[in-house]
Design a protein around this ligand. Sequence first.
Ligand code: S3P
Length: 179
Amino acid sequence: MTTGRAFRGLVLVGFMGSGKSTVGKELALRLHAEFVDVDERIERAAGRAVREIFASEGEPAFRVREKAALREALSVPGRVVATGGGAFMDAGNRELLKAYAPVVYLETSPEEVLSRLSGDSDRPLIRGGDRERVVRELLARRLPGYREAAWAVPTDGRTVSEVADRIAELLTTAEERQK
Ligand code: S3P
């Protein structure tokens, strides 16, 4: 496990249901780092849930809130930051996140996303309609953005702990290279 000596922080990106928050919490525990969930910060600042912000203000207003929450999350070094699934699609956000710390893309297939999110009603972008088509199309559109992350870690069929192990390994290797 990493010593934490050279730990700059870590950013998790990926589609809804890829495990950014759960894996992020696990890694923060292991690294003795502070965990920040950007969606949680948005909700706290707005005083209502993401789905309510989408319903009352629309997606563009949500993205403005997201950018502000992201900046605030990145104002302190050494955090493990879990972003919302769309945050990394904005070129400005991508630059900020990449400058902050290594960005890990939690790679998840559309099948796995659909299975993990079956029954979920908190995600406005995949509510109602043909969920399978929406997930496939949105994920395909977002892939080029996600692929700008420094590392991609597959999550299909893996436990939170296995995914965290793999990321910890990548961090240790990167730290050793810097010595
Ligand atoms: C979104 C993902 C959600 C949340 C919002 C928009 C997206 O976060 O930010 O509903 O654009 O993919 P999760 O990825 O944590 O579900």
